[in-house]
Design a protein around this ligand. Structure first.
Ligand code: SAM
Length: 234
């Protein structure tokens, strides 16, 4: 019997260019790649946040997005219980741990290299068994629910859009179901997306709901983050 295909382990990046040096690098092996993967790689090599992340030992440049959000809203503190949805490869969890969080549970579809003391599940967050397992691992209701989940796009605009909105709604429903009063919810969203309904629902449950575009979020991307603070309870 043939073995099932192995999943890709999300590994921390290593090595790479230092920030802001010289001309943008071009890759000489371009012929072997599709134009879009070539563009992605060149952008990655020349991206100052990616270079900083490599130098700092962060597993992703996304770490800087959460760091900036937290500098503003002060959500991550020692003693807080935190859930990280879509954590791979682990940049957000690294930032939370760096800021003194010791009770943190995360989930991703992809395998993630261990990040103690984080408890990590490899499963689909939309599986109904996932939420209860996260809370069990955490040992109680969270103070903060983070979601940086982004679905793989299939190239069909409406389908991709529905999948993105579906994930935001699932994360928001979970947050409202499990958060401690006073808690916070941070979720990746997209400008112009059909997120007005979920924002309206969050506004009923949280004292403050904002759209935040961190500097590390690429200017040419429609990505924004919803930051909801002061959970009023169920
Ligand atoms: N915050 C992460 C970091 O700092 O390293 C980066 C997260 S990455 C932008 C989005 C992640 O969401 C991907 O690893 C993807 O596998 C995960 N994801 C997408 N849909 C998911 C789902 N239904 N359940 C769990 N994870 C999911």
């Amino acid at each position: 019997m043939s073995e099932p295909p192995r999943k890709r382990m999300v590994r921390p990046p290593t090595g790479g260019a230092e920030e802001g040096r010289g001309k943008p690098a071009r890759l000489k092996t371009a012929k072997l790649r599709t134009p879009s993967s070539q563009a992605w790689l060149e952008r990655q090599i020349n991206d100052p946040f990616a270079a900083r992340a490599r130098a700092h030992g962060y597993r992703s440049r996304a770490a800087y997005k959460l760091a900036e959000i937290d500098d503003k809203f002060r959500l991550l503190r020692p003693g807080a219980r935190v859930v990280d949805l879509g954590l791979a490869p682990g940049g957000w969890t690294q930032v939370a741990i760096e800021r003194g969080v010791t009770a943190i549970a995360g989930v991703d579809l992809l395998p993630v290299e261990p990040l103690p003391p984080a408890q990590i599940l490899e499963m689909d967050f939309t599986d109904p068994a996932c939420g209860p397992r996260l809370i069990e691992l955490l040992g109680g209701p969270p103070d903060v629910v983070l979601s940086d989940m982004a679905p793989n796009t299939v190239g069909h605009k409406q389908t991709d859009h529905l999948r993105i909105v579906g994930l935001i709604e699932a994360a928001a429903d979970f947050a409202v179901e499990v958060l401690k009063p006073g808690g916070a919810f941070v979720a990746k969203a997209f400008q112009g997306g059909e997120t007005s309904e979920v924002i309206a629902r969050l506004k009923q449950r949280f004292a403050d709901v904002r759209n935040v575009k961190p500097k590390a979020s690429r200017a040419d991307s429609s990505e924004v983050y919803l930051v909801a603070t002061g959970f009023k309870g169920r």
